[in-house]
Ligand binder design. Structure first.
Ligand SMILES: [Zn+2]
Length: 407
């Protein structure tokens, strides 16, 4: 984000009186409307947020985020599950490309087409382990060059490369199936990149490695105002940055998990910039909770007239939240993140947890990592601030039942 003057905020008043904190295991994701006591989400007000939250400023760069386990759905909410989209959309990864980023971390931008809308939804993939099945699949009549142009190659592109597959390159060169790292480095045109080349080859055979546990996933809906034009009406830009940062952390070790003490080795590890475990941000083109930019701007005017986000949407005859996540489920499956092992979802939104799992629980959310607003974690020293974002976050909590709690 560019350095843009934020709305001045005098201090950082607590949003509302703290409620008793509940143990996460007793918290039901799908609340029972007949029982009003089950509706209240656990809340941690800014004043109660512990000062040692895992990733506040100045903390260890390799510190992993704190995750909370997500309980299996009960038979009660299986009915609600049935109310979700019955059939998942069909998605196909049309193209991917390597994007070096301004933070130094490389990511792979995957562009998807689908059969339910005309939009180009995206998967922002960190780390070498996550690959798209539909991208890698052979397409009739295509040449090796076609495959490389649409991004269906292994390893790294370099001037003069003729095959999308490392195996074929090795064979042509008469090299055994396990070439020396020097050979691979030469192939990739950069002697310093030997480690990267090796991790790429291993990733193709194995997919997301078992020992990394569930992959980290964020489902993010496009927000032009918050991500591009410095809006302080919401915290979307900040959340996108934070998700990217977490997915760029070095691979987890027992010592880098919350609750452990810092050791010399860990500091050394962090300084060495070891490869990250990676993850994926599914970036859905559903601006303004799905209502589009024009309608969102009208909603902003209604907010300035005194209505909150949800009321404004309803006054414009839109549902409070028009987003759907079937596309995200289908894209996660295409990226090989379906199945037993499950994923670790970065979210405060309880509805999102079940919504991304799909009608048959094709994708399983086994852990949830809360996204605490930066301004709360840093006592108002950084992060999006101002009266508008305060109101937005309190609406999120009260009306959308987000769980802005580290559990
Ligand atoms: Zn936003």
């Amino acid at each position: 984000m560019p350095d843009f003057p934020a709305h001045a905020s005098p201090g950082f008043p607590p949003m509302q009186a703290p409620k008793p904190k509940r143990n996460v295991s007793e918290f039901q994701l799908d609340t029972n409307p007949a029982d009003p006591s089950s509706v209240a989400p656990p809340l941690v007000s800014p004043s109660l947020t512990p000062p040692t939250t895992p990733f506040a400023n100045g903390q260890r760069p390799d510190r992993q985020p704190r995750a909370v386990p997500v309980p299996e759905p009960s038979s009660e909410n299986a009915e609600e599950q049935g109310a979700l989209l019955e059939k998942l959309p069909h998605v196909e990864c049309a193209v991917r490309a390597r994007i070096p980023t301004t933070t130094g971390q490389e990511m792979w931008l995957h562009l998807y087409h689908n059969d339910v809308d005309e939009k180009e939804h995206l998967a922002i993939v960190f780390g070498p382990h996550i690959r798209s099945r539909s991208l890698d699949a052979l397409r009739p009549g295509e040449t090796e060059r076609d495959r490389m142009i649409r991004g269906a190659y292994v390893g790294t592109l370099y001037p003069g490369r003729t095959s999308s597959r490392l195996e074929a390159i090795r064979k042509d060169a008469g090299v055994s199936s396990r070439p020396s790292s020097g050979y691979l480095a030469a192939l990739n045109g950069s002697p310093g990149k030997k480690q990267e080349a090796e991790s790429d080859t291993s990733s193709v055979a194995s997919g997301y490695p078992d020992d990394l546990g569930p992959a980290m996933v964020r489902i993010h809906s496009e927000c032009y105002t918050g991500e591009t034009v410095w809006s302080a009406r919401c915290d979307c830009g900040e959340q996108l940055d934070e998700a990217a940062r977490l997915m760029s952390l070095p691979m987890p070790t027992p010592a880098s998990t919350p609750g452990s003490e810092i050791g010399e080795n860990d500091a050394h590890r962090a300084a060495m910039k070891l490869p990250s475990a990676g993850g994926v941000i599914i970036y859905l083109r559903q601006e303004g909770r799905g209502i589009g930019l024009a309608e969102k701007l009208k909603a902003y005017n209604l907010q300035d007239l005194g209505h909150d986000t949800m009321e404004a949407n309803l006054l414009l005859r839109h549902p409070g939240d028009a987003r759907s996540y079937g596309l995200a489920t289908a894209m996660l499956m295409d990226l090989g993140l379906d199945g037993e092992r499950g994923i670790k979802l970065l979210t405060n939104n309880p509805d999102k947890v079940r919504a991304v799992e799909g009608p048959q629980r094709e994708v399983r959310v086994v852990e949830r990592v809360p996204m605490i607003p930066l301004a709360w974690k840093t006592d108002g020293k950084s992060g999006v601030q101002g009266p508008e974002v305060e109101r937005y976050l309190s609406t999120k909590i009260e009306k959308f039942k987000h769980m802005l709690s580290s559990g």
